[in-house]
Design a binder for this molecule. Structure first.
Ligand SMILES: Cc1cc2nc3c(=O)[nH]c(=O)nc-3n(C[C@H](O)[C@H](O)[C@H](O)COP(=O)(O)OP(=O)(O)OC[C@H]3O[C@@H](n4cnc5c(N)ncnc54)[C@H](O)[C@@H]3O)c2cc1C
Length: 343
């Protein structure tokens, strides 16, 4: 099969790996607008069960991922008056860049054609569609989905809370959530450790996502603050759990509103959506990458048994949709998404 994939994130790379493992005669081209070292983000977190899933699907990349991961067993809930650690929850964290580099390397070993700095415009999509399968794996803000919106019928629910993805040299002992309040309102931090391989952090450190209501954000003046002031302000709010460590922005600081993406239809003809382009799950349940990887495996599985492309795509949606819907519902019930103070 000749397969073109838009986007070079986890969904795309893992799908390319699994398809090449099934049949090395496939011709797979991945078009990624950035370079191999340019990713935005800090660390990502996986459960023990996700690691098992990775091992079952590709033992080689799994072994490399495990070798670069930090593992812990506690979930920590930090209220101003009390911090509670809940044991028995196996999680691992890895730098997003390290993780992507492992998948990229595996793709190259298997003969996938990775084209970096290929920022594809909408006008190029019809030509790229001239293949057996054209996969839209270009993330939550997908241009592919927008271009073919009459076919996929997407809905995008932009949640009201503001969040920012930061890093810190502080190394937390578990998957941690901290709640703090000041005159502006309530702030929530979601933190987990990983090993950074490059600047601005090196060695053991943590991802630190901060979320607050829009009124809190405005009252704190965060809409007008630059990068350094924002990091200093939030480091002050979370001074106690950070134990004096700084907060840092990666590349540039961006406050975002989380988009809940759904699509009424998942495929049409030789077109299919994958990963965040297809669906998002709020970061408070830490499962966006897991869902993207599971999508990739389900889509590759759907091609076993010599199914035609339309039959395989229907099978992919049939097997996967109910599971994804349940996950999105669970994420929607996550208190973070209520967009209000809830303690
Ligand atoms: C704050 C935050 C915290 C998160 N924490 C976690 C976590 O702890 N655990 C977890 O599992 N997930 C987490 N996620 C989610 C995770 O980052 C995504 O869900 C995951 O990366 C989805 O993979 P993907 O391949 O579908 O899309 P992406 O990783 O978004 O990849 C899409 C790729 O497409 C490329 N692209 C886009 N447009 C074009 C174009 N026109 N031409 C060429 N290339 C293009 C982009 O450059 C990008 O590389 C978090 C997300 C956020 C925002």
């Amino acid at each position: 099969m000749k397969i073109n994939i838009l986007g070079g994130g986890p969904a795309s790379l893992y799908f390319a790996i699994l398809m090449m493992k099934r049949d090395p005669a496939h011709v797979i081209t991945v078009f990624e607008r950035d370079g191999p070292e340019d990713t935005f983000g800090w660390g990502i977190v996986f459960s023990g069960r996700t690691f098992q899933f990775l091992e079952e699907n590709d033992a080689l990349s799994h072994a490399r991922i495990v070798a670069c991961s930090q593992t812990w067993e506690d979930v920590i809930i930090g209220h101003p008056l009390e911090t509670i650690a809940i044991g028995g929850n196996l999680f691992s964290g890895i730098a997003r860049l390290t993780f992507l580099n492992i998948l990229q390397q595996r793709c190259l070993e298997l003969g996938v054609d990775l084209r970096y700095h290929a920022n594809i415009g909408a006008e190029q999509l019809p030509a790229l569609r001239e293949c057996d399968l054209f996969v839209g794996a270009d993330g939550s803000n997908s241009m592919f989905r927008k271009y073919y919106e009459d076919l996929f019928l997407p809905t995008i629910d932009l949640r009201q809370n503001k969040f920012v993805w930061l890093g810190t040299p502080q190394s937390f002992d578990g998957l941690a959530m901290y709640f703090r309040e000041n005159a502006a309102g309530v702030f929530i931090a979601h933190a987990y450790r990983f090993v950074a391989a490059d600047k601005p952090l090196n060695g053991a450190c943590s991802t630190f996502v901060v979320e607050c209501a829009p009124e809190t954000w405005l009252r704190a003046g965060l809409d007008k603050m630059g990068e350094a002031d924002t990091c200093a302000y939030l480091a002050g709010v979370f001074a106690e759990p950070l134990q004096g460590h700084a907060l840092l922005a990666n590349k540039f600081l961006r406050w975002l509103n989380f988009p809940i993406v759904k699509n009424k239809r998942w495929h049409h003809g030789n077109l299919v959506l994958l990963g965040d382009a297809l669906h998002t799950a709020h970061f408070s349940i830490g499962s966006g990458t897991k869902l993207a990887l599971e999508d990739a495996a389900a889509l590759a599985d759907a091609f076993s048994g010599q199914r035609s492309v339309p039959a395989a795509l229907s099978e992919f949606e049939r097997k996967r949709k109910r599971w994804v819907d349940e996950f999105q519902d669970a994420a929607l019930r996550s208190p973070y998404l209520a967009g209000k103070c809830w303690w």
